[in-house]
Design a protein around this ligand. Structure first.
Ligand SMILES: *Cc1c(COP(=O)(O)O)cnc(C)c1O
Length: 359
């Protein structure tokens, strides 16, 4: 890997002040990684270089046809002052799958992880220290062939940037959701399973509609029968049925249109470790409303790398409005959240070998 250090890297005091501000995505670390691909030569040697703007021809393919994918992962400070990555191999595998779907080149898993580890090591001072805080890492790749012809690009650029993420979890704030029956996120055979910018571009108008209804987030239902719950914005959903040790923790089944979240997958395991039954199910809007009315559904939460776990309270749809819980996060929601964060921060034993030590 080529290394070109940033001569204008922030001094420790300035950097620590920016990290201490918390927030998300406002400041980026001193470096980034770039790696080029072309059809003839494959992947170039990646380069770590100063963070900064890039220059592209206006006719570059990605601007016109949206051939782009990304990932989201985190580095967490450990009790010994070291740094650990949470399941980076899973991100590498998903990145390759997304690439395949968008007709972009697959980046070898080892190369992907090498770029992540190199950036995190170099910019280790940007990893916050407190539990719930982390360094958010954003790998992405896009088509760079110049020309307006519609075809899979014969050139691509992979980039990696990182931003400190504060603890923005507010336990007194359950998310309210608008169940959209107007817009569709993904259909069978489409790009729902791929982490691509296009899915997000198409989702923003629904997010606006949710805001207009006074809701924080949009919940997507399936494209065909228009009744099965899929996911929430950029997060997967979980429903807790029953309570105490008899509780079952369920999540919508991966039907090919949901994004297979790594947090979702990890929670299926964590919930079992904590003694709960788990299930992957087909759950309809009616099941949600009736389950809340009967008291069978006791807690709902969304999960993803950025927020880890967020409680869901009010659900609003064309069929009415219903509320789960009292606006406070449920017991099992908090137990699962704290357990997962404990593993990520190294305070709970990593019995599934999910953590990869970087420093
Ligand atoms: C990234 C993402 C998720 C969550 O995946 P994680 O691997 O848990 O971060 C869920 N839904 C969508 C649409 C996503 O893009």
């Amino acid at each position: 890997m080529k290394i070109s250090l940033n001569p204008k890297a922030k001094d420790a005091a300035t950097r620590d002040a920016l990290v201490a501000e918390g927030g998300f995505g406002k400041y980026y670390t001193d470096h980034m990684v770039v790696c080029e691909w072309n059809e003839k030569e494959g992947w170039s040697e990646p380069e770590l270089k100063p963070y900064g703007p890039i220059s592209l021809d206006p006719a570059t393919a990605v601007f016109h046809y949206g051939q782009e994918i990304f990932e989201g992962m985190k580095a967490y400070r450990q009790p010994d002052g070291g740094i650990g990555l949470f399941r980076p191999e899973a991100n590498a595998r998903r990145f390759a799958k997304s690439a395949n779907r968008l007709a972009l080149p697959e980046m070898p898993e080892e190369l992907f992880i090498e770029t992540v580890e190199t950036l995190v090591k170099q910019d280790a001072g940007w990893v916050p220290n407190k539990v719930g805080e982390s360094l958010y890492i954003r790998p992405f790749m896009f088509a760079t062939e110049v020309g307006l012809g519609v075809r899979p690009s014969n050139k691509a650029l992979y980039m990696l940037i990182a931003t400190p993420a504060g603890a923005y979890f507010d336990p007194s704030k359950a998310v309210s959701v608008w169940i959209s029956t107007e817009y569709v996120r993904a259909a069978q055979g489409g790009t729902g399973e791929a982490k691509c910018g296009g899915n997000y571009a198409a989702s923003l108008v629904a997010q606006k509609a949710a805001a207009k209804e006074g809701c924080d987030q949009v919940v997507w239902i399936d494209a065909k029968e228009r009744k099965w719950i899929e996911e929430m914005g950029g997060m997967n959903l979980y429903f807790v049925k029953g309570s105490g040790t008899d509780a079952t923790v369920v999540t919508p089944k991966l039907t090919g249109t949901l994004l297979p979240g790594i947090t979702r997958d990890s929670i299926l395991t964590v919930a079992k470790d904590l003694g709960y039954k788990t299930d992957e199910v087909m759950l309809s809007i009616d099941d949600w409303r009736d389950g809340v009315a009967s008291g069978e559904i006791t807690e709902i939460f969304a999960c993803g790398t950025a927020a880890v776990v967020s409680p869901v309270g009010t659900a609003k749809s064309a069929m009415g409005t219903w509320v789960t819980g009292d606006g406070q996060p449920g017991k099992i929601t908090m137990q699962i959240r704290n357990h997962l964060l404990g593993i990520q921060h190294g305070s709970i034993s990593d019995s599934h070998s999910w953590m990869r030590k970087v420093l």
